[in-house]
Design a binder for this molecule. Structure first.
Ligand code: FES
Ligand SMILES: [Fe+2]
Length: 379
């Protein structure tokens, strides 16, 4: 468009505020994507203090409004199924009335509370009392795709359309190869209900144009952020101020850097966004993992977990507050500005936004989303 200089158009406003647009995106995009659910060991499916799957365990998770059973069989294989009986649709393991999941439990069989059809943990129908000679293979629970990477559990709501998980992780596995993601454990968790579309939050994560105005504390730690981080080499990692080497209030900590990092990674910071919903911010001795859980067109729950080496967390002197304090400040600043974006987008005066040159990476949201919405004209 003449007069817009080097600006690039962002997605039209309907993608952020229109209810029917949300329903299409939810069904055609998010329900056809691998989605990160959270840390595997936080679901109660692994032995205490290990990443080893426990046999005969079932956890219930909420994925985009769908209740899902994640199970581990006696042979320690992982499965996921819709929490829906094949007889007449009863929810097999009840969610709380407010949609919260019950605690994970030890189970050998999933039994429907209505007419007692029962299922093996791999989803096969085990028995259907007084139902005659029916073929059990026709009445297995409806499956989801399930896989793990980096210690995170991933589900695919439409497994017939699923490519292998690794193909949807982009460059993240290679770029984080020296970080021991699989073995890290949660040392701090905060959950936020943010009144903004999930894409606003992803776009905000993907650019540092806002860092100077929005994040004075972070910009003090990383002086280049004050001018938007322009020219920073995110692939190589970003440098901190003199004497600082990690994302804490002081820029240092008594925790050791992860052992296998290269010399740059021991003093620099990296970031990854695995579409659609896992944001990783990688410091030398901890990783901040953000799982976005879209709730509605204008609401997103964000689970922020700070992950540390297991031996650090098990130390009696372990204290995550030096990292948590910086993240809490930064998170509140980000969620506040995202909510203001969402509010502004609802104005009749707003039609679409623009990306400045240094926001180019955030154009990725259009590159990721639009090919998955073939019926919507590109921008
Ligand atoms: S609805 Fe589950 S057994 Fe009837
Ligand atoms: Fe930010």
């Amino acid at each position: 468009m003449p007069g817009t200089g080097t600006l690039q158009p962002a997605l039209p406003r309907t993608h952020y505020i229109d209810e029917s647009s949300w329903l299409v995106e939810r069904e055609q995009v998010l329900m056809h994507s691998w989605t990160c659910v959270g840390r595997l060991d936080e679901l109660g499916l692994t032995a205490e203090g290990t990443t080893e799957l426990l046999p005969n365990r079932v956890a219930v998770v909420n994925l985009l409004g769908e209740s899902v059973l994640v199970s581990v069989t006696a042979e320690r294989t992982l499965h996921a199924h819709y929490n829906v009986c094949r007889h007449r649709g009863t929810q097999l393991i009840p969610m709380d009335d407010d949609g919260a999941a019950p605690a994970p439990c030890a189970l050998k069989v999933i039994r429907c509370p209505y007419h007692s059809w029962s299922y093996h943990l791999d989803g096969r129908l085990r028995s259907a009392p007084l139902s005659g000679d029916l073929d059990p293979t026709l009445f297995s629970l409806h499956p989801l795709g399930v896989d793990t990477w980096g210690g995170f559990l991933w589900l695919h709501p439409t497994p017939t359309a699923a490519k292998p998980l690794i193909e949807s992780l982009g460059m993240a596995p290679q770029r984080t190869v020296r970080y021991p993601l699989h073995d890290l454990v949660v040392g701090y968790r905060a959950t936020y209900d943010v009144k903004a579309n999930w894409k606003v939050i992803a776009e905000n994560y993907n650019e540092c144009y806002h860092c100077g105005p929005v994040h004075p504390e972070l910009s003090s730690l990383v002086p280049a952020f004050a001018s938007g981080g322009v020219d920073l080499d995110w692939e190589a990692g970003i440098a901190h101020r003199e004497g600082a080497w990690t994302f804490t209030m002081s820029g240092t900590t008594d925790r050791a850097p992860f052992a296998d990092l290269d010399e740059d990674e021991k003093v620099r910071h990296k970031g990854e966004l695995v579409y659609p919903n896992l944001l990783l911010s990688l410091a030398a001795e901890h990783v901040a993992a953000f799982v976005l859980q879209p709730q509605a067109i204008d609401r997103t729950r964000i689970v922020c977990e700070l992950l540390f080496a297991r031996d650090e967390v098990e130390r009696s002197s372990f204290d995550a507050s030096d990292a948590a304090e910086l993240w809490e400040i930064t998170n509140q600043q980000d969620w506040r500005i995202c909510e203001l974006v969402q509010r502004g987008m609802t104005s009749r005066a707003y039609d679409q936004g623009w990306y400045a040159p240094m926001e180019d990476a955030s154009k990725d949201i259009t590159r990721w989303l639009l090919p998955r919405l073939p019926q919507v004209e590109g921008v």
